[in-house]
Design a protein around this ligand. Structure first.
Ligand SMILES: C[S@@+](CC[C@H](N)C(=O)[O-])C[C@H]1O[C@@H](n2cnc3c(N)ncnc32)[C@H](O)[C@@H]1O
Length: 220
């Protein structure tokens, strides 16, 4: 977790939700579908929202979940998340998603929206194991992130010998940030999550023009 990532999301907190207003019909359609699928997936669950940010998707999930705990490393985004109204009991805590302080099997659902792409490839297996450890057997896992679209969201940067890709992002205040941003095919997602739970197939994955998501019930 680079310090620049923390600084980047702290600086971006107030402008973050602008991305959900882009006037691209495909994006809006996929976003609407995502909202519906999230509500369906987490019905009645005790949900952990990892890297919850300003609570944009937390709000949607709260329409059907039983309760939600949102965690994020940045107080700046949590302040915005805490200012909103939710449909179920919801609390937010400042916490690092790589070292979450919850007893084993605490939650019956986990949501990670637009965060997996920021996990370095070498840390991914460890993070999935850690996330699974705080979930009860049979818990619903839902992970969503961006597909790669050339020219969208800054310039793609690669480094020789480094399996990760990066994006050079410029915020409204003119500050520039190089952040890790990894992209996945549907096959790579199945391969990645199959290393940690049984029964994940291409049927668990949606891979659209703007977003991908994977949703499965944890077997442990
Ligand atoms: C792209 S934003 C997504 C926010 C929200 N989930 C959404 O979909 O609107 C990524 C979030 O992850 C948070 N984050 C980055 N590194 C983190 C870490 N190590 N632990 C917890 N949160 C982290 C950032 O502060 C930021 O709010």
């Amino acid at each position: 977790m680079s310090e620049d990532m923390v600084k980047y999301y702290r600086n971006r907190a107030r402008e973050y939700e602008q991305i959900y207003e882009w006037r691209d019909p495909d994006r809006q359609q996929e976003q609407a579908r995502l909202g519906e699928e999230l509500k369906q997936a987490f019905k009645g669950c005790n949900v952990l929202d990892i890297g919850c940010g300003t609570g944009y998707w937390t709000e949607r999930v709260s329409e059907t979940a039983e309760r939600i705990t949102g965690i994020d490393i940045n107080e700046a985004v949590l302040k915005i998340a805490r200012s909103k109204t939710y449909g179920c009991p919801t609390e937010f805590r400042a916490m690092d998603g790589y070292s979450m302080e919850f007893p084993p099997d605490t939650f019956t659902g986990a949501l990670t929206s637009f965060w997996l792409s920021h996990v370095h490839r070498e840390d991914m297996d460890g993070w999935i194991e850690h996330m699974h450890s705080v979930l009860a057997p049979g818990a619903r896992v839902f992970i969503v992130d961006n597909t790669y679209i050339e020219g969208v969201g800054g310039r793609l940067v690669t480094k020789e010998g480094d399996p990760n890709t990066y994006k050079l992002r410029t915020l409204n205040d003119g500050s520039q940030h190089l952040i890790v941003k990894n992209y996945f095919t549907a096959e790579e997602l199945v391969e990645l999550f199959s290393r940690h739970t049984d029964g994940v197939t291409l049927g668990n994955v949606f891979h659209g023009r703007c977003f991908w998501w994977i949703s499965y019930l944890l077997k442990k």
